[in-house]
Design a protein around this ligand. Sequence first.
Ligand code: PSU
Ligand code: MN
Length: 340
Amino acid sequence: MLRASFRGTFTNQRLVSLRKASSLSAARERQAPIDVHPEVEDALATGKPVVALESTIITHGMPYPTSLEMAQSVERIVRSTGSIPATIAVIGGRIKIGLHPAELERLADQRSNPTAVKLSRRDIAAAIALKKDGGTTSCSTLIFAALAGIKVFATGGLGGVHRGGENTMDVSADLHELTRCPVGLVSAGVKSVLDIRRTLEYLETLGVPVVSYAETHDFPAFYSGRSGLESPWRVNDPRTAAHILHTHWQLGMSNGAIFAVPIPAEYEAVGLTIQEAVEQAVRESEEQNISNLGKAVTPWLLNRVGELTQGKSLASNIALVENTALVGGQIAAEYAKLAG
Ligand code: PSU
Ligand code: MN
């Protein structure tokens, strides 16, 4: 009886948006330290498209001030598609879903704030309790996006199985997180510092849908649009991509999916040069036992590739992140139409 009258007072659409907000409201009831930017809050409440953006790329992935310019630029690009950007981070021990300009600056400027930590799932509670600043990896961005009810997340490079991972067991927590969070992750594929073949195998084991957002099935390899390995699926328009996500969750599946977008074609040639630097960086990392560095392995490799290419890899990195932000914004806009 109560149920019938409750339903009668809400439209279907309101019910859907209430459902979306539920894990966030539950966390708030538990007084979890979460601040949602008012613009993001409004978008989530009214069913407008929102795109989550990560922040380890800002704190550990690029040097300042390029990191800040990139972060501002991807937010602008998301806006150009009609979606609202929500850069996610931890500031002073509080989770931020959407950053104010001064917060973004504080996070990016590692000269005045060199203590921002890299946050994977295992680091979140400690970083919050100790009132740290932190950049969220794909893993922890997925967690907070899911908590807030954000359905699309755009990033550059997803973590994966490291080369030699069969011995070191260095497999990014990003992969497993995709089994827990119902979020569509848009990335430029997986970087060739990683073992792309094993990464794809492991994603299959985990049951994570992998879709190339391209003209061919080739799974993109970050600096290059092609890895020579195939994705099981491909689409090349935002509506079909959104339809895949919508169908996946209509069926009650609670995991995420990957859309892998190749770097713009004009960066393909320089990608070949960068590939040589990648091979050298991986060789050096083996000689210097870098695999013992734990979560510092990925930042070390990124930084070394940057040094060896004299910044060319950085320019490519920016271009591919901007491209995934564009596609992510478009997919989120289409998804919002389907979800109503
Ligand atoms: N690849 C990049 N830039 C990055 C990262 C990966 O080209 O900034 C970051 C992302 O935040 C990714 C994380 O989620 O590194 C993976 O780290 P690890 O391999 O330690 O899981
Ligand atoms: Mn690792």
